[in-house]
Design a protein around this ligand. Structure first.
Ligand code: CA
Length: 231
């Protein structure tokens, strides 16, 4: 669950900031969308572990977004409704939301619900170990290492480097755009696409010194890929 990516779809910036702040403090990764269409696009592209979804949104509303998310997969969704929208709540649960919270909410309660839904729907994620070739990314232990005939070589990674590696390890051999890596992995204030290049160059150097430099490659005109055709 540590490092799970939470997509916050909320058009009120103050509320989005509060949620983001509390979730960040708990070690979650967060990404925000201020309208329904952006939310649907982020869901498709970033494959978050859970979505916090406001009901009243410009463009497609929360129910339209929930329906679109359900067409794309089983991502857990917590609906955020305004006080007195009881009918909306019932409708949300019927069309596939996992839980709901009512505004004005206590952010700590939202964090607790988020953890509970993640535990319930995705217990397996808690000790997920990802493997790409000789690389092992252990999200629970927050460790990455390269296996070899003589044993495991631990990678000494910064927090951002680990996030990048873990995010990419979910989808071996997929080409990631820089903008996507910025959205999913970089702390705010560090969100320039060229900073991805310097993190990637450090990552490749660390992988190379552990004998796995070939696993991380640039994709011309796109961004980066983790993994080779051989695994
Ligand atoms: Ca709203």
């Amino acid at each position: 669950m540590y490092n799970a990516l939470i997509l916050i779809i909320e058009d009120e910036p103050e509320i989005a900031d509060i949620l983001r702040g509390y979730l960040d403090r708990e070690g979650f990764r967060t990404v925000c969308a201020a309208d329904g269409n952006t939310g649907i696009a982020h869901h498709l592209r970033l494959k978050p572990d859970l979505v916090l979804l406001d009901v009243k949104l410009p463009g497609p509303d929360g129910f339209d977004v929930l329906a679109a998310i359900r067409r794309q997969g089983e991502t857990p969704v917590i609906m955020v409704t305004a006080l007195g929208e009881d009918l909306d709540k019932l409708q949300a649960l019927r069309i596939g939301a996992d839980d709901y919270v009512v505004k004005p909410f206590n952010p700590l309660e939202v964090v607790a619900r988020t953890k509970a839904v993640l535990r319930r729907t995705n217990a397996a994620l808690a000790d997920k170990v990802l493997r790409v070739g000789s690389l092992v990314v252990d999200a629970t232990a927050h460790q990455a290492y390269v296996t070899s005939a003589t044993g495991n070589l631990a990678l000494d990674l910064t927090r951002t480097e680990f996030r990048l590696l873990e995010h990419m390890a979910h989808f071996p051999r997929r080409a990631f755009e820089r903008s996507e890596l910025v959205d999913a992995c970089l702390p705010e204030g560090d969100a320039l696409e060229r900073t991805v290049d310097s993190h990637m160059s450090n990552l490749r150097r660390k992988l190379a010194s552990a004998g796995a430099g070939e696993l991380l490659s640039g994709v011309r005109g796109v961004g980066y890929r983790l993994g080779t055709v051989n695994g």
